[in-house]
Design a binder for this molecule. Sequence first.
Ligand code: GYE
Length: 349
Amino acid sequence: MKKLARTGALLAVIMVLLIVTACSKTKDTTPAAAPAETKAPTVDATAAPAADPNKKITLGFSQVGAESGWRAANTKSVQESAKEFGIDLKFSDAQQKQENQIKAIRTYIQQKVDYIAFSPVVESGWDTVLKEAKDAGIPVLLTDRAVDVADTSLYVTFMGSDFVEEGRKAGKWVVDTFKDKKDINIVELQGTTGSSPAIDRKKGFEEAIKDSPNLKIVKTQTGEFTRAKGKEVMESFLKSMKSEGKKIDLLYAHNDDMGLGAIQAIEEAGLVPGKDIMIVTVDAVKDGMTAAADGKINYIVECSPMLGGQLMQSLKDLASGKTLAKRIVTKEGTFTPDQAKAALPTRPY
Ligand code: GYE
């Protein structure tokens, strides 16, 4: 027994000596017990930063702007969810300018935030700044809109709607609605030039109507996703179609706000929106749904702005070492005027 106790004591001394030597080799800032994968600063933007459940997460978020009702609801969702999840949010509004977003992202890199999330105003031109974030070891998450980059490891995930599918839904409704009618003139109000929803909503719509020779897009122009520009462009559509002696049968607007601006232009021209000119839009925000319930918009394809909760949960997941899906698609529906009327009272935005 004595011998056993002595061997035990000797082993204990050796263990203590080993631990002391190991500790003296590490700097004070690195806890000796930290698991290997959390020690070195990571340069892989897809990897989670050091997992510390007690550390408050800092998020730098660069918003597109305040161009629409959708954007206002999205900003609210991000800000409220950050509070709810106890995330320190640094928020900036880029006023629909890519250069402002690039500046904001660089500021967040300098401030050494834990994560950067943004809704890119346009698809292209992000390679350099995203590489800078990656080199700084800051994971980037895309919310709402996509980027077009050669190296997809520059972002962790892209969460948001399938805009091509939204365009298809709008197109299918138009095909069905006008299937027995000839020579249908369609005008299109596109979103911000170069943005993923504008590119994809156009693409999906064109794809859906391509086998219907009775449907023709006769005018198409950007209305920049705003009500004011939507009105202005619709006025010019109405004017030029009139001077060409043609009638507009349908307006396809890439968002509710442009549709609402166009409604004003249609009414001011003495026409009845929803009757003289049928209207299909995308978003389903409160004002759009109200216009649909009033019969001024005939069909709305839903696009949900409520991405905040999902974003904050994703940050928590990343911080605890989980891997996120590269693409997280939002589920959404469509609304006829009756469905809009029924949904309005309980609609949160
Ligand atoms: O449809 C529009 C907004 O990116 C999905 O941006 C978003 C679009 C939305 O301005 O209203």
